[in-house]
Ligand binder design. Structure first.
Ligand SMILES: [Zn+2]
Length: 239
């Protein structure tokens, strides 16, 4: 996990550049930055995640940077090149790295859910591949991970606050229904005691009205509860 104890200035500087690129990720996209360096250390291409911005499921930072580098070199082969990215690549990006014949990969934060370079699977160091990639992970890991946490934290908090606001609304409606029920009971008692109302059939009408109101309140609570359940489900699927 840890690089040799000595500080590798080169990797450090390159990851700093990838972090700077990650900070230019379009609003709404998960911040990830990637840079491809040529064999002589020259910067060939950069990319950020822009899946949302481009409406493109393949628009990961690595793919964007590889495309830019290949275009700059005028060839699909990126022999001797190094890809530096702030997050452990996914399966698709690992495939692109192999396809481009990238020589070495440096990444920052580990991705326990989708990482294909050691976390979930190890797509690059499979001995069956014709091409193998030198891998170094966990470079400036804390800063790379922090960038992602800062992106997700307000969203999670927002989701939680929404949930609590909705919960308060539901509790308010439940209180209202409870008090309506009390009113209804009282009104029914009064109506039954009141012969005049009874005679004119007003008691029945009154109890009917009250029942309708209670039904409405019940439906409103049910609708709201379903809406909140849906929102919670959406939030789970999006995380
Ligand atoms: Zn990817």
């Amino acid at each position: 996990m840890q690089l040799d104890n000595r500080l590798d200035k080169r990797l450090d500087n390159r990851m700093q550049r990838a972090l700077d690129i990650a900070r230019t990720t379009p609003d709404g996209d998960i911040p990830v930055g990637a840079v491809v360096y040529g064999p002589g250390g020259e910067e060939l291409g950069v990319g950020t995640n822009r899946r949302q911005a481009s409406c493109d499921p393949t628009a990961h930072a690595e793919v964007e940077a590889i495309r830019a580098a290949a275009s700059a070199l005028g060839t699909w082969r990126l022999d001797g090149c190094e890809l530096v990215v702030t997050l452990e690549p996914c399966t698709m990006c690992a495939g692109a790295i192999l396809g481009a014949r990238i020589e070495s990969l440096v990444f920052g934060a580990y991705e326990p859910k989708t990482g294909a370079v050691g976390s979930v699977l190890d797509a690059l160091r499979d001995p069956h591949h014709l091409h193998t990639v030198e891998v170094r992970g966990g470079i400036r890991e804390r800063e790379c991970a922090e960038l992602l946490h800062n992106f997700f934290r307000p969203r999670r908090t927002m989701g939680r606050n929404n949930y609590f606001n909705e919960k308060e609304t539901i509790m308010g409606l439940a209180d209202k229904a409870e008090s309506l029920k009390g009113d209804a009971k009282e009104a029914l008692g009064d109506a039954t005691d009141n012969n005049e109302l009874k005679n004119e059939g007003k008691a029945d009408q009154l109890s009917g009205d009250i029942k309708d109101k209670l039904d409405q309140a019940g439906d409103a609570i049910k609708d709201k509860a379903n809406e909140v359940a849906g929102k919670i489900q959406d939030a789970r699927e999006n995380n």
